[in-house]
Structures are given as C-alpha cells and as structure tokens.
Ligand binder design. Sequence first.
Ligand code: NAP
Length: 244
Amino acid sequence: MHVLVLGGTAEARRLAELLTARPDTRVTTSLAGRVAAPRTPPGELRVGGFGGAHGLAEWLRTRAVDTVVDATHPFADTISRNAAHAAALTGVPLLVLRRPGWRPQPGDDWREAGSLPEAAALLPSLGRRVFLTTGRMGLAAFAGAPDDLWFLVRSVDPPEPPHPPRMEVLLDRGPFTLDGERHLLARHRIDVLVTKDSGGAATAPKLTAAREAGLAVVVVRRPPVPDGVPVVPDPEAALARITG
Ligand code: NAP
C-alpha cells in the first residue's frame, strides 16, 4: 500500500513513523519546502508544490497512491482544498489528520479574529507591546500597524518584508516550555499575544503563560476542513483508519 502524507507538522512525522514500521506499507511524505532545514520524517520524502489540484491528481495517478492523508497545518488551507479536489478527481481516498483546536480555560482573556487583518485591527485597543506567533508568512497583515505598536515576532526562519514597522525577530521553533514563555513575556513586557488556533501541546505553554500574566490573547480562527472529508484527531487514529 502506498500512502502519501501531506506533511509539515509533528503529527505527519509521527504518522510516517507508524506507517514505515509496517512491512506492507510504502509511505511518501510531501513538504512544501517553506522551511530551510525541516525536520525530516522516515520513509520517502518529496519537497515542493505539485502545481495545484490537477498536478497533485497526476502525482497520485502516476505514483499509484492508495490513500492520501492531509496532515498539514490547520492553517494550510490551499493544499487542503487541493487535496480534496485531487481526491475527487482520482477517487483516491483522502483522510484529514487535524489536531483539535485550543479551548479557553477559566481566567483566559481571549478575543477571536476571523483572519490576520482582523487580528491586526483589534490590537490598538488591547496593548502596545505585541507577541506575534502567527508565523512569518502572514506578517503583511501587520505592516500598517500604528507607530506606537511594537512587535516581538517569533518564527522558524527570518521574515521578509512587508512586516510590522517596529519589530524584533526571535528565531525559534517549538516545542516551547512554560518557564521559557513566562520569561519571554516578562522580559519583553508583552501586553498582548496573537496566535493562530493551531492546537497541540508544543506551542500551548504561551497560552498558559498569558493567562497567568493576565494578558489579552487574540486567537485567529481556523479555516474549515473541506466538506465531506473524514477527519481524525491524531496519528494513531489515522493509522487505525488507514489499516482498519
Ligand atoms: P498553503 O497556503 O495551504 O499551500 C500553498 C501551496 O504550497 C499549495 O498550493 C502547494 O503548492 C504547496 N504546498 C503546501 N503544503 C504542501 C505540502 N505538504 N506538500 C507539497 N506542497 C505543498 O500552505 P502554507 O500555509 O504555506 O503551508 C505550507 C506548509 O507548511 C504545509 O506543509 C504546512 O503543513 C506547513 N505549515 C504551515 C503553517 C501555517 O501556519 N500555515 C504552520 C506550520 C507548518 P501547489 O499548489 O503547487 O501544489
């Protein structure tokens, strides 16, 4: 059985580990190629776009793929829609592996935003020193921020313009610790955190640290999963579904 895992997440790597442990299964992980030095999964690896839904459909046909697992990040919306389209074109079964979103806890001060521009528009009423953890790709949404807003931007690779006019960049990648996040918020005198609802444990400590410090948090809502595609919450459930 040949399984294509659309990757770029810890869950995709874990699924590749589970699948490669099975003697009857060939697994190929696909990465977009955004990160300069990605953590690589076991099994076969391909890097770069497919050329849209039709390119992906062609890839599925020519490589005799039996199942596709969309284990991309919850905010990687285009590839998820392309995967659903390619599955419909080819009849290859598609499964979405999506870690559950975060839920507010007692003591949280969360504001929901439908998009990064909506998050940017909320900031002036919430504080002056912003910890921005939404990744380097969407920084243009904050490029028009007023001059009295200062941003601490954390990303895996260095961001490129357009970006907020006043910012400091912190290059780092999760998992992050609660102690580390507490110190970061205190050292930079942060008063508002901006995050996508990525879910998962690796980057959740910032939410606990923000709650403890009484900070406002702007949470960007996820795009929906394409209609009619089955969704599982973790790699073990994906394995059971594929092999069951
Ligand atoms: P996106 O906007 O949904 O996709 C843009 C294009 O990138 C797609 O149309 C596709 O190109 C290509 N692509 C994306 N994921 C791919 C994959 N796994 N394999 C091959 N091509 C892929 O994606 P994105 O938000 O830029 O995310 C890119 C990658 O980074 C994803 O693999 C995702 O899991 C990971 N990631 C994203 C985020 C985030 O916040 N968005 C955070 C952490 C990790 P073609 O149309 O040419 O096929």
